[in-house]
Design a protein around this ligand. Structure first.
Ligand code: CP
Ligand code: NVA
Length: 329
């Protein structure tokens, strides 16, 4: 039988990563798998920058569904597919009406009969779970109300690059215990990074999440701290991280949230309470003068823009891992 584009597998994707079928949340990953994925992404980044990347996904197509706005996630996946010799199709949710015009299961079945992967940014996490349950090709969560695993992947890779290691570091998250915080609470202990989070009363991390993070942290020497005091959270922190107080889908709560989070701004005074060598991270988009001040975003301790650039490099590696495999028959 004639070999077709897409029948091959790139042999140097580490074996441990071949077991990944979907990428819905960091919690689904063993620590060793996450660490291997980060190593692989940083290797491929170096090869890309040296002009040595091969078009591993020639002839492959990624379908991208967006129920919410995006710059980094969409561009990262679209540019990555082009760089790997494949193609990305943007499906505007106004047109396809995921889980409204058509049930997720039918959308998943149709897309997986035409494409090699699905990336979806959704309101309800359940939607990506349903897509994965009915898809015959890998599904990637490009952000849900519950998790943002692609962000955490880029974040830990950025930390590894900056410090040359992850074990023994401490990350302090200041603000809402949202999708980004939850993914970091799972990614940090898996990579030996202690995680503290300071949120106002009523916006803290769920007890179950904290227990799970603690359990994982015990195995990899990482502590987990939950507090309402930002200064307590940043003590001895190597990384100070924040995100918007109002996530997409919560816009109707924004006035109340701006009031409730007023004492949770990442500014020069708070940064001074962390280690002198501490860096600042933010997943972007940032609202200057709300959760973070302009002098911190643009200051010498910020690694926010290299962090954003790593969305491309880590997503490209993730695509190679998930899409470079034999097509379902
Ligand atoms: N951080 C992030 O996911 O950015 P976008 O919302 O622009 O994709
Ligand atoms: N927590 C934010 C992250 C945006 C990248 C949101 O969900 O809107």
């Amino acid at each position: 039988m004639r070999k077709q584009a897409g029948d091959h597998m790139n042999s140097d994707v580490p074996e441990i990563l071949r077991s990944l079928n979907h990428f819905l949340s960091i919690r689904d990953l063993e620590a060793e798998t996450l660490r291997a994925l980060i190593d692989f992404a940083l290797l491929r980044k170096r090869q890309f920058l040296a002009g040595e990347l091969r078009p591993m996904l020639a002839g492959r197509v990624l379908a991208m569904i967006f129920q919410k706005s995006s710059l980094r996630t969409r561009l990262g996946f679209e540019a990555a597919m082009a760089q790997l010799g494949g193609h990305a199709v943007h499906l505007d949710d106004h047109h396809i009406g995921l889980a409204r015009r058509e049930p997720s299961q039918d959308v998943a079945r149709v897309i997986s009969s035409m494409c090699d992967g699905i990336m979806a940014r959704v309101f309800s996490h359940q939607t990506v779970v349903e897509l994965a349950a009915h898809s015959r090709v890998p599904v990637i969560n490009g952000l849900s109300d519950w998790a943002h695993p692609c962000q955490a992947l880029a974040d830990i890779a950025t930390i590894r690059e900056h410090f040359g290691r992850t074990d023994g570091l401490k990350l302090a998250f200041i603000g809402d215990a949202n999708n980004v915080a939850r993914s970091l609470a799972n990614a940090c202990p898996r990579t030996g990074i202690s995680f503290s989070i300071a949120s106002p009363e009523g916006y803290g991390m769920e007890e179950g999440e904290v227990q799970m993070a603690r359990q994982c942290g015990r195995r990899y020497g990482a502590d987990i701290l939950l507090t309402t005091d930002p200064f307590e959270a940043v003590r001895d922190a190597d990384i100070v991280y924040t995100d918007v107080w109002t996530s997409m889908g919560q816009e109707h709560e924004s006035d109340q949230r701006d009031r409730d989070f007023a004492g949770y701004q990442v500014n020069t005074a708070l940064l001074k309470a962390a280690r002198p060598t501490a860096v600042v991270m933010h997943c972007l988009p940032a609202r200057r003068n709300l959760e973070i001040t302009p002098e911190v975003v643009d200051g010498p301790q910020s690694i926010i823009f290299p962090q954003a650039a790593n969305r491309l490099h880590t997503q490209r590696a993730l695509l190679e891992v998930l899409l470079d495999r034999p097509r379902p028959g």
